[in-house]
Design a protein around this ligand. Structure first.
Ligand code: NAP
Length: 482
């Protein structure tokens, strides 16, 4: 890739140090980032380039695998880095930055690893200093708003400065290998697509389970909650990739047009329906991975918050392909295990020839983390004499075992796609706003209800109401057991 300039606003923050710079380092080691590339970290602190490199060196030592930490690997990468002091809300320093970035022929990426309240003022400053030319791209992170109106305001502010084709709204779930593989699995195999519809699929489950609590995000999280933080973006994007029609090509807009149609097809969960189609929970003290942990309110240091740390809901995609197929979504903090997966359960065989022997339904399990991979559960005869006994067994494709080597982090792929100018894995403005349009009525109904989130014990799988949500329909949440 030709040398480029990457300017990270928030270059000393958690996102930059824990995710972006390690990802860039890997791309450098693989030879994709070449000498002459410049990476600028920006924040309000005063510090020298050398002090910044030292800070990044420490972060890389902490976040990279042991065999990647040799100075011979780290040092040349660190030489690509510089630090510039800029307060995004003040006037100083912009002229100097503009002078350094004057070469319009180089690709120039501004990564806004700062809160969304600063997006508008950064855009205005970049425009005022002539830094928005055709080779400029801007990357923004979630949260893009806290409802549809605020998302539209952020999009308007960015849209006044940049063309839509210059704006890369990142959802790192879309950069995960398994998520990209969903497209290959569906559209590269003649086997699945004919079955990928209501006639053959009984229901779909999407789970994103975390074991962590608030970490350092308390003030942000308490204003957000699980529905905004996880469902509006990551989980609805996953749902779109599962449910969309085959796009005509891999062109970014062909895929995004199809995802948008899914979002528009989501049946609204109106006021009266929230109580039976959604469950929100909040964790109480318990034990996670054998360690006692405090409850959400204790972590927060208050006893008044009604913010949900868990959501389960039943969604419906109202179109010909999916009519009557429920999509069950659940996500939460302080759950029993850290894992994300999509499970498609196929319908029962229409007639069993096996007498009393139960015949399990086929399931396709797409695991996003940990151990990215795909499992297809099929029914087999248990070998040996003594009558015909059946058991379901997985056809297992673990990416790590099959493809070997290191699985790249989502940010590696996504950052390089920005430099390459490929927006396929990024969200278009209308997608973000359509997702909020579906979420807003749920939030409003929760707000106006007197009910508090249901309590669940840290280390469990959420409140019992979440189990009831799916069991009412004669189904159960997937457990990865034979
Ligand atoms: P953080 O650790 O608080 O870092 C914020 C960064 O922004 C720091 O470098 C800070 O440096 C800088 N900054 C703040 N105000 C500034 C100003 N007025 N002018 C210039 N620099 C300023 O936050 P983070 O976790 O990196 O997250 C950044 C954004 O990404 C947030 O919106 C977050 O929601 C989003 N995000 C983060 C993650 C993650 O994994 N961390 C994941 C997804 C999305 P100074 O204070 O020294 O200026």
């Amino acid at each position: 890739m030709a040398p480029f300039d990457l300017i990270i606003f928030g270059g000393t923050g958690d996102l930059a140090l824990r995710k972006l710079l390690p990802a860039l380092f890997h791309r450098y080691v693989d030879g994709q980032i070449v000498a002459g590339t410049r990476i600028f970290g920006l924040a309000r602190d005063s510090q020298t380039d050398e002090a910044y490199r030292e800070r990044v060196r420490e972060a890389l030592q902490k976040h990279l695998a042991f065999d990647m930490r040799a100075p011979s690997m780290l040092e040349p990468f660190l030489q690509l880095l510089s630090y510039r002091r800029i307060d995004l809300q003040a006037e100083d320093g912009w002229g100097e930055l503009a002078a350094e970035l004057a070469d319009e022929s180089r690709v120039r990426v501004f990564y806004l690893a700062v809160g969304p309240d600063l997006f508008g003022s950064v855009g205005a400053k970049l425009q005022a200093h002539g830094l928005t030319g055709a080779n400029t791209r801007v990357v923004v992170e979630k949260p893009i708003g806290h409802d549809r109106a605020s998302a539209a305001a952020i999009n308007d502010a960015l849209g006044q400065v940049f063309a839509e084709s210059q704006i890369y709204r990142i959802d790192h779930y879309l950069g995960k290998e398994t998520v990209q593989n969903l497209t290959a699995l569906r559209f590269g195999n003649a086997l699945f697509e004919p079955l990928w519809r209501a006639e053959h699929i009984d229901h779909v489950q999407i789970t994103v389970a975390e074991t962590v609590g608030l970490e350092r995000r308390a003030s942000y999280y308490d204003k957000s909650g699980a529905l905004r933080d996880m469902v509006q973006n990551h989980m609805l994007q996953l749902l779109c990739l599962v449910a969309m029609e085959p796009p005509s090509s891999l062109a970014a807009d062909a895929i995004r047009d199809e995802k948008l149609k899914v979002l528009h097809s989501l049946k609204p969960i109106a006021d009266g329906a929230t109580s039976h189609l959604t469950v929100r929970g909040q964790y109480r003290a318990g034990a996670v991975e054998g360690r006692p942990v405090p409850g959400y309110l204790e972590e927060l240091g208050t006893n008044t918050s009604r913010t949900e740390t868990f959501v389960a809901l039943k969604a419906e995609v109202s179109n010909w392909r999916w009519a009557g197929v429920p999509f069950y979504l659940r996500t939460g903090k302080r759950l029993a295990d850290r894992m994300s997966e999509i499970v498609l359960t196929f319908r029962k065989v229409p007639h069993s020839i096996f007498g009393d022997e139960p015949v399990a339904q086929n399931q396709l399990v797409i695991r996003l983390q940990p151990d990215e991979g795909v499992k297809l559960w099929i029914v087999n005869k248990i070998p040996g004499p003594g009558g015909l006994r059946l058991r379901r067994v997985p056809m297992d494709l673990s990416f790590a075992e099959t493809f070997g080597g290191r699985q790249p982090e989502a940010y590696e792929r996504l950052l390089m796609d920005v430099v390459r100018g490929n927006p396929m894995l990024f969200m278009r403005r209308d997608e973000v706003e359509a997702a909020w349009s579906w979420i807003d009525p749920i939030l409003a109904a929760w707000q106006s209800s007197n009910e508090s989130p249901k309590a669940y014990t840290a280390g469990s799988w959420g409140p019992s109401a979440a189990v009831a949500l799916i069991e009412r329909d004669g189904r159960t949440w997937h457990e990865d057991a034979v």
